[in-house]
Design a protein around this ligand. Sequence first.
Ligand code: PMP
Length: 397
Amino acid sequence: MSRRAPFARWLDDTNDVTQTFLSAGQIPGLVNLAGGLPDPSTWPAPELADFAGRAVADHTQDALGYSPIDGLPDLRDRIAADYSRSDLRLTRDNVLITTGGMQGLELLGKVLLNSGDTIAAQSPAYLGAIDAWKPRTPQYRAMVLEQNGFDPHGSMTGAQFAYTVPNFSNPSGRLVPVDQRRALVAAAQATGCWLAEDDPYGHLYYDAAPLPRMLDLSATGAPVYDGQVIYLGTFSKMLAPGLRVGWVIAAPAVITATTTAKQGSDMFTSGLCQRIALQAMEQGVPDRILPGILDLYRARRDALCAAMATDLSDLFTWEVPTGGMFVWAVARDPSLDTDRLMKTGLDHGVCVSPSSVFDPLGRDRRAIRVNFTLNPPEVLAEGVRRLADATRMELTR
Ligand code: PMP
């Protein structure tokens, strides 16, 4: 057979560890602590089914026709109104509807990165973001926000954008304190670097009231928001990930550019799903179901951390997260290779995410990300026991 043209070069770096842990969910009997998945019991399925029926019957053009690239105007207005504050004035020109938060990340890469440009990324970084930007072969500057002497201004100088997940970061579970949020916003304003605030977990605070968003902190009272923050939101953890509805809130020029880029990605986000989401917002569904979600996940966070304290405290260190979906556990013994632990864990019937997949260079092998939202307490405890056995086996190799 004649030679076939090869695949693009960026695919060569896709590591087999990522493939292994992303497909591990299929293994029967496995305790999956690797994903970042909501519990399906939290999805308001009967209400969403009702909204879907009504969307098709009463809003047929919106639901079944071609929709505007930037989203249904009513949904854009609703999101603009929800996020507006006295000094943060948003209109629909500040809002683009995306196909999940994931598409917002991809579009950022499309509109802000030329080949080889620099991203200042909170480290460790979300795997999906790293994947979304790979085709642009960016340079990464790691922002370790908790490190003493972290310098936001120096990190952002010369970077196209800074990427952060200030609320319960994926993967570290870390909450960025308000002073640091202010410092990041000030550095973005001083350097001209865009500041991406990726916020899928912003409503999942278990122990305290939410901190102000960097979007809020960057507001200047202008009649239409024109600041440095590019905020990414999603219904995935609030209603259901299968809706694939997210949004970007940013300066109008950013919305215009990302809208142009979206045309070449998927033309528009499903109007049916946008209508379902809009109706859910109008009926107050997210606010109604949130207390139940917080109770469920808080109890699971506590169960996981209690099990870890019993079985893993001689092997790992971690901080109890105050929200979100993840515990980030760092091996006490620096010789433990968590890529190998992930594979040994599969033999013991448990799957966790190794730190290498959250490092743009794929080198970090010293930590694991453990999810607590998907499984009930007894399954979490069993998973932790299996993980302890797998870790001990790895350490005696
Ligand atoms: N950003 C972060 C940090 C995430 O953890 C996720 C989902 N796991 C996303 C973006 C994308 O979410 P979605 O596309 O489901 O809205």
